[in-house]
Design a binder for this molecule. Structure first.
Ligand code: HEC
Length: 146
C-alpha cells in the first residue's frame, strides 16, 4: 500500500510538472505569434504611410510651394532640415498637419524670429492647401527618415 501511494504521488508530481512545461511552451508560442502580428502591423502601417502617389504629391508641393527654399533635406539653411523636423515630430508624436493649419505651436525651433518667418509661409502658401495636400507634405517629411 505504501509503495502504491509512493508511485501515485510521484506520477502526480510528474504530471503536474509536465503540465507546467506544456504551459510554458504554449505561452512562448503565443508570445512569438503576438510578436509576428506586431511586426506585420508595423510593416503595413509604414507601407500605408509611404504610399508612392501621396509621397510624389508631397514632394511636388514641397518644391512648388517654395518650402525647399528654406528647408533642405540634411542641412539647416534658413529653416531646420527636413530630417530634423521629421525626427522631432516623430519623437514627440507631433501633429504636423495641425502645425501647418496654424492650430499647433512650433515644436522644432521656438525662437520667435524663426517662428515668424515660418508663420509668414503658413499665412501665405499653406492656408490654401486642403487636407489631402497637407497630409502629402507631412508624409514627404516623414519619409525622409525611413
Ligand atoms: C522663408 C523660409 C521658409 C519657407 C519658405 C518655409 N519655411 Fe518652414 N520653417 C522656416 C523656419 C525659419 C522654421 C523654424 C521655426 C519653426 O519651427 O516654426 C520653419 C519650420 C517649419 C516646420 C517645423 C515647425 C515646428 O513645429 O517647429 C515645418 C513642419 C515647416 N517649416 C514646414 C514648411 C513647409 C511645408 C513649407 C512650404 C509650404 C515651409 N516650411 C516653407 C522657414 C521657412
Amino acid at each position: 500500500m505504501k509503495k502504491l501511494l509512493f508511485v501515485l504521488s510521484v506520477s502526480t508530481l510528474l504530471i503536474y510538472s509536465c503540465g507546467d512545461e506544456k504551459k510554458k511552451e504554449v505561452k512562448k508560442e503565443v508570445e512569438t505569434a503576438t510578436e509576428k502580428v506586431k511586426e506585420v502591423k508595423e510593416k503595413t502601417e509604414s507601407a500605408i504611410e509611404i504610399n508612392p502617389e501621396v509621397l510624389a504629391l508631397g514632394e511636388k508641393l514641397f518644391n512648388d510651394k517654395t518650402c525647399a527654399a528654406c528647408h533642405q533635406l540634411d542641412t539647416k539653411v534658413i529653416g531646420p532640415s527636413v530630417k530634423d523636423i521629421a525626427t522631432i515630430y516623430k519623437e514627440n508624436n507631433g501633429d504636423m498637419i495641425k502645425f501647418l493649419k496654424g492650430e499647433n505651436e512650433a515644436i522644432v525651433d521656438t525662437d520667435p524670429g524663426q517662428v515668424a518667418i515660418m508663420k509668414a509661409n503658413l499665412d501665405g502658401f499653406v492656408k490654401d492647401l486642403n487636407d489631402k495636400e497637407l497630409n502629402a507634405i507631412a508624409t514627404y517629411f516623414q519619409s525622409s527618415i525611413k
